[in-house]
Design a binder for this molecule. Structure first.
Ligand code: ATP
Ligand code: MG
Length: 443
């Protein structure tokens, strides 16, 4: 099937296609870039498939890099641009090497189209029609595709979330019956797909992972949250649905979205129903931190992301009063670098709860934001390093042990958080002296 439309190819891509053709090889742009062009999006990268072998590719171009010889891929360097060129792939030894065979082993019909400037669109699996109908469909027999590479099941859900397409029924059924194969896939690849779903414009599609029974294999800690009901006036959803509603309410930053996803996972192990039938989840934030740390380490996230997510989860339920003293203390506890993020988490959390209380919560959070702005503008003292005296001043007063000095500085800070006007050299020296006298007396 050939569709006639013309595509403005980047110079280096057109050059590579022509050089391969001039050397009597077939060559096409394939996969994601063709899909993106049809969707009117700028392709992130341009992939070329060719009948040439890797040796033949390398013989044609001056500068190449062996990025994946084992998989038939060579990177061709033209000026400061790099394009991946891959020899037509086959999956079984009895298959012939051709464009059609190569396309037939790709994951989804929308990702299995090729284009050539003279031949136009080559679309043997009707990807164009599926794009027009907004359908995600595996190429050929879905179960065969998923058995070849189970990650494709997650990719199907991911594209459903990023493009807003529905997954075709037979593809969906095949995912359900193949779901347990996902355990054979590396955790890094799973992490990347889950993250792409979460930071998409439709993170609520994450729920599909539950429907097709993938979640119990890759994120059982979240899967069980669908069974944790919350009989409490603030809540109208179970823990997982609440979390997914909240995920849709926060900007699409990786740390923020993972934090919201996992913030209530500790509820599964802390649920307590009182005699009136109301559910309580005392101490759940700490439990959620333990669970989140476990999940993120298992998925091989970097330490910085793990630390951020855990910090936000630890404090997500912290009640901050909308007054200066309370806000200063909260900023000190949470850290200036995370305070605004915490407010975003708290706002999203509220938006995923009973809407009856939303206005009151938002008014309060907005007040806290205003107060925080003022505190930052006026450079209020928020941590020990902002105090107008330091450890050396305390040594001069006769304090000796560093532990003791740290302790005194914390006490001074506490006073200053209560009353910022006390942050002067003289006031602090006087306070330190009286603390020393008190110590002397208590000895
Ligand atoms: P994006 O780049 O937006 O993540 P993409 O579809 O371009 O999406 P890539 O990883 O760049 O994904 O892959 C390029 C192409 O390679 C895909 O469009 C698809 O044709 C093919 N492909 C990628 N991963 C798989 C896979 N696991 N199984 C089969 N084909 C795949
Ligand atoms: Mg791509």
């Amino acid at each position: 099937m050939t569709e006639h439309f013309s595509v403005k190819l980047p110079e280096e891509v057109a050059h590579i296609l022509k050089a391969l053709n001039d050397n009597n090889h077939q060559a096409y742009i394939v996969g994601g870039c063709v899909r993106d062009i049809i969707l009117n999006k700028d392709p992130k990268d341009w992939d070329i498939s060719t009948s040439a072998t890797t040796d033949e590719i390398k013989a044609i171009f001056n500068k190449t890099i062996d990025t994946g010889i084992k998989h038939g891929t060579v990177s061709v360097v033209i000026g400061n641009k790099v394009v991946e060129v891959t020899s037509f792939r086959t999956f079984n030894p009895d298959e012939s090497k051709s464009l059609i065979t190569d396309l037939s082993h790709r994951d989804l019909t929308i990702n299995s189209m090729a284009y050539h400037p003279e031949e136009g669109l080559l679309d043997p699996f009707s990807g164009l029609e599926d794009i027009k109908n907004a359908v995600i469909r595996a190429v050929g027999n879905p179960s065969d595709r998923f058995m070849e590479d189970p990650l494709r099941m997650l990719r199907a859900v991911r594209f459903s979330a990023t493009l807003g397409f529905d997954i075709d029924k037979s593809t969906l059924d095949a995912i359900k019956s193949c779901s347990q194969l996902i355990v054979n896939i590396s955790r890094e690849r799973i992490r990347d797909e889950l993250t792409k779903i979460l930071i998409s414009n439709r993170p609520f599609k994450f729920i599909l992972l539950r429907d097709v029974q993938l979640l119990k294999y890759i994120l059982p800690e979240f899967d069980i949250c669908f069974d944790i009901t919350q009989n409490h006036p603030y809540h109208i959803y179970n823990v997982a649905e609440h979390s997914l509603k909240a995920v849709s309410e926060i900007e699409n930053d990786i740390g923020l979205r993972w934090a919201i996803l996992l913030h209530d996972t500790g509820k599964a192990v802390t649920k307590f129903t009182d005699k009136d039938g109301t559910d309580h989840f005392y101490g759940h934030p700490e439990k959620s931190v333990d669970i989140a740390k476990n999940v993120l380490e298992r998925l091989k996230f970097d330490n910085k992301t793990i630390a951020k997510v855990c910090r936000l989860i630890r404090h997500h339920d912290k009640r901050i009063q909308p007054d200066f003293k309370s806000v200063r203390k909260a900023v000190n506890t949470i850290g200036e670098d995370f305070f605004m993020d915490l407010l975003k988490v708290q706002e999203a959390d509220k938006k995923g709860q009973n809407p009856e209380f939303l206005n009151t919560s938002l008014t309060e959070l907005n007040k806290i934001k205003e107060i925080y702005k003022e505190i930052s503008n006026e450079k209020h003292c928020l941590s020990v390093k902002d105090l107008k005296i330091n450890g050396r001043d305390l040594i001069a007063l006769g304090f000796r042990q560093s532990k003791e000095i740290g302790c005194i500085l914390e006490k001074l800070l506490n006073n200053v958080l209560e009353k910022p006007e006390l942050n002067t050299y003289n006031d602090l020296i006087e306070m330190a002296k009286s603390l020393k006298n008190q110590q002397g007396e208590s000895l």
